[in-house]
Every structure is written in structure tokens, then in C-alpha cells.
Design a protein around this ligand. Structure first.
Ligand code: PDD
Length: 320
């Protein structure tokens, strides 16, 4: 997505703020305490901790649902069209029928009512609740259950890490073979992220059975090998990351050589840089893998350039 596209996404929305100087938003809804995000559950707005879901909901019983996570900057959802396009695709792959355009409008209304300026939006659709637990799709089809919530980020949890770089572990990619669908089945990701946390690290990068690096537990992975940036090609074993897509475009625009080609585990000790991209981390340099330094052990220039370019797109969204 180019900056022109970024601008067109937010055309008509008043631009008041610079990305560098975002005020902390106060929830506009007096029902909400500072810490309870505003939710929208099937069209009804209420504090997130008051949402009640049936145990017959299929995302509870089977993980039968899909989700999206979006970043909010300056009170506006970042890369909204791209996230909803991926959402539409995930829903289609699982044959969950819902009105994505209505969901998009509801998401925007919930964000507006929340008053959140700098935060995270979560959108989740399950196949719905059926009277009986059956593996097959219930017949007749239940109405999908739709959850949206928006959470203020009190502070960027990655702020310091951007300066010093993150530490990661490598971990076996235990996931199913349709990781291109953003499903709420996340056990392989959960176990990997937990292993990283227990090792005192920030992320796990996943190694497929053929030795290729697929992605992180909740991020896309990029490495700089012999002067070129490499990242896994889009296939069924990785999520088509929205931030990944933007960063690929930013690299192309900046003339940074980039190939969509898998990195392998044995490349790790030869990389001059390694970095992660994702909605929550934006562009995050990695300085240690399994306790060993990457390159010279400091955040590298390619990740820094791409992060600057990313923040520039954010600043454009914010009207700067
Ligand atoms: N995760 N790969 C995986 C497995 C992910 O779960 C994510 C995002 C990414 C990055 O994608 P994007 O740039 O579209 O955020 C890559 C979200 C943030 C989550 O599960 O919380």
C-alpha cells in the first residue's frame, strides 16, 4: 500500500495530530473505566468485561472462528481496508457468512465511541452457537457471533525494545497447514510465545519441518542476508501480514533489495540483521537469537530505515 493509498483510506477524516505527538485519549463513554475496553457484541456496545458468550459458541468449542487485530493511531484504524480484505478472505475460506461491510461500519462506530486515540482494535467472528456440539457445520447455520473491542495503549509496550532490539528463540512450527487463514486456533502460536517468555525472550521464530523460517508466533520475519532483505513468500504456511505487505512496498520504494524467499535456520548466524513486523510491533529489530548476537548485536540500518518509512506513513495518516 503506498502513501497515496494511505491518504485515500482516510480522506474526509479530519487530520489534527502528528504521529509523534499523540495525546492520550480518554474514553468518551462514562460507563467505562480507564482499563475496561469498549466492546461491541453483536451490535450492542458495552464494556468488554460485561460481554457474555454461550459455551456452545463454536469458537469456544472448536476454535471455529477468525479474527483481525488493527492498530489505532490518531483515533483512526491503520490499514483498515487491508485488514478487512484479509478478514473477508479468512471468513470465505472457512465459509462463515456474515456482512463484512456492516462489521466494518460497526468497528468504526465502536472506535469512535470509545474515544481511543492510540490503541488496538480486535475483531472476532465465530461460526456462532448451535444447540449441539457436532464437528460438521451446524444445519441450519447459526448466526455468527461478532465481537469487536478497542483498547487504549497506555504506553507502547515495545518502545524501549525498538531502541535496543528484541531477543528471540527458535521454536518448532507446530501449527496446522492453513496458517494463511487468520483463525482463532492459536495453540501452536501460544506454546511458542510461552516458550519465548520462559526463556526471557520477546518472540519465537518458527522453524518448519523443512528447516525454513516461516514467521513469528505473532509477527512476520525478515532477515538481511548478503545485502538483500529476505522474507518468506506468501503461501499456506504463513499469514499474509498486513505490516509485511506495507514493509515490502516501502523497501521497494526505497530501493532496498528485497526478495520474497524463505530464510533457513542455517542462515541465522550469517544474517547482518533480523527484524519482525506486525500490527503490535510495527518494525522491530532483533539483536539476539537463541542467546547469540545477530550481526554485530545491535539494531541495524535496514530495519531503522524501514521503521522510519513506516512511521512516515503513520504520520501521513495523522495529517502530518
Ligand atoms: N498477529 N504472523 C502471525 C502468526 C500473526 O499472528 C501476526 C499478527 C502476524 C503479523 O501480521 P500483521 O502485520 O497483519 O499484524 C504475522 C496479531 C497482531 C495477533 O495475533 O495479535
Amino acid at each position: 500500500m503506498g502513501s497515496a493509498t494511505a491518504r485515500s483510506l482516510f480522506r474526509g477524516v479530519p487530520s489534527l495530530l502528528s504521529a509523534k505527538n499523540l495525546p492520550r485519549g480518554m474514553p468518551a463513554n462514562p460507563q467505562l473505566s480507564m482499563n475496561v475496553p469498549l466492546a461491541n457484541w453483536n451490535g450492542e456496545e458495552l464494556p468488554l468485561d460485561q460481554v457474555r458468550v454461550s459455551v456452545l459458541d463454536r469458537s469456544f468449542l472448536f476454535g471455529d472462528g477468525v479474527y483481525e487485530v488493527l492498530r489505532v493511531y490518531c483515533g483512526r484504524p491503520f490499514l483498515l481496508a487491508e485488514h478487512f480484505e484479509r478478514f473477508r478472505r479468512s471468513l470465505g475460506e472457512l465459509r462463515i457468512e456474515t456482512d463484512v461491510e456492516r462489521l466494518r461500519r460497526r468497528t468504526l462506530a465502536t472506535l469512535e465511541h470509545s474515544g481511543v486515540r492510540d490503541g488496538v482494535l480486535y475483531v472476532h467472528v465465530s461460526r456462532g452457537a448451535a444447540p449441539l456440539r457436532t464437528h460438521t457445520f451446524p444445519h441450519p447455520s447459526p448466526t455468527p457471533n461478532e465481537l469487536i473491542y478497542v483498547r487504549e495503549l497506555e504506553r507502547d509496550p515495545y518502545a524501549e525494545l525498538h531502541a535496543v532490539g528484541a531477543s528471540v528463540i527458535t521454536f518448532e512450527d507446530l501449527r496446522w497447514r492453513r496458517c494463511d487463514i487468520k483463525s482463532v486456533n492459536l495453540l501452536g502460536n501460544v506454546l511458542a510465545a510461552q516458550a519465548a517468555a520462559e526463556a526471557g525472550c520477546h518472540e519465537a521464530i518458527l522453524i518448519g519441518s523443512d528447516g525454513t523460517i516461516t514467521e513469528g508466533s505473532h509477527t512476520s520475519v525478515f532477515g538481511v542476508l548478503e545485502g538483500a532483505v529476505l522474507t518468506a513468500p506468501l503461501a499456506a504456511n504463513v499469514l499474509p501480514g498486513i505490516t509485511r505487505q506495507l514493509v515490502v512496498q516501502l523497501a521497494n520504494r526505497a530501493g532496498i533489495p528485497l526478495r520474497e524467499e524463505s530464510l533457513r535456520e542455517q542462515h541465522l548466524h550469517r544474517l547482518s540483521e533480523l527484524f519482525l513486523t506486525g500490527t503490535t510491533v510495527d518494525v522491530l529489530p532483533v539483536t539476539r537469537v537463541d542467546g547469540r548476537p545477530v550481526g554485530d548485536g545491535r539494531p541495524g540500518p535496514v530495519a531503522a530505515r524501514l521503521r522510519d518509512a513506516y512511521l512516515h506513513v503513520v504520520a501521513e495518516q495523522c495529517g502530518k
